[in-house]
Write a protein that binds this ligand. Structure first.
Ligand code: ATP
Ligand code: MG
Length: 153
């Protein structure tokens, strides 16, 4: 199905504002604004929902989250950036593993199963895309998601 990325992101932001337990502000940029993707809507929504969930959860006092969605030719790129606790370099390779949680996340009294990013990676790869993280401890994180513009399965 054809998904309007701006519309999908607006819905996601609205949902995450409602369920947030702290002040959150989202900045959204979609380039070009009418950008679409041909993919499963529920899968695309759930992937992004998990990334936004984490961005809010791992920003202790208030969350300031940016979402940049852009057309990269055959691929669509989505960057979700937060200014939260960040992830140490040696932990970054493990966060996509099933049930893995960085112990410092627990120090901030954040609950979870360590399944969100495992699910994100599994679904993303199933869709023919990729996911990576850039992060600095104490500064914040950016998750970079690439999805093919057209479903090939
Ligand atoms: P669940 O998503 O199952 O509710 P979770 O959030 O702990 O639980 P994941 O989403 O898989 O699990 O993330 C794995 C771990 O990676 C987290 O426990 C946390 O330590 C770290 N992490 C994920 N996203 C971020 C982020 N945006 N900033 C800092 N740490 C993060
Ligand atoms: Mg999570």
């Amino acid at each position: 199905e054809t998904i309007q990325m701006k519309e999908l992101a607006d819905n996601l932001i609205e949902q995450h504002k409602i369920k947030a337990d702290k002040p959150v502000s989202f900045t959204l940029s979609v380039e070009p604004e009418e950008l679409t993707i041909n993919a499963d809507r529920a899968h695309t929504y759930n992937i992004l929902s998990n990334l936004l969930d984490n961005a809010v959860k791992y920003s202790p006092d208030k969350a300031d989250v940016s979402i940049f969605i852009e057309d990269e030719g055959n691929e669509l790129s989505v960057k979700v950036t937060d200014k939260g606790i960040g992830i140490a370099p040696e932990k970054q390779t493990h966060i996509f593993d099933k049930f893995y949680r960085v112990p410092t996340g627990n120090l901030h009294n954040v609950k979870g199963f360590g399944l969100g990013l495992f699910y994100v990676r599994t679904l993303t790869e199933k869709m023919g895309g990729s996911i990576e993280v850039k992060s600095a401890l104490g500064k914040g994180s950016t998750f970079i998601l690439k999805l093919p513009q057209h479903e090939n399965n």
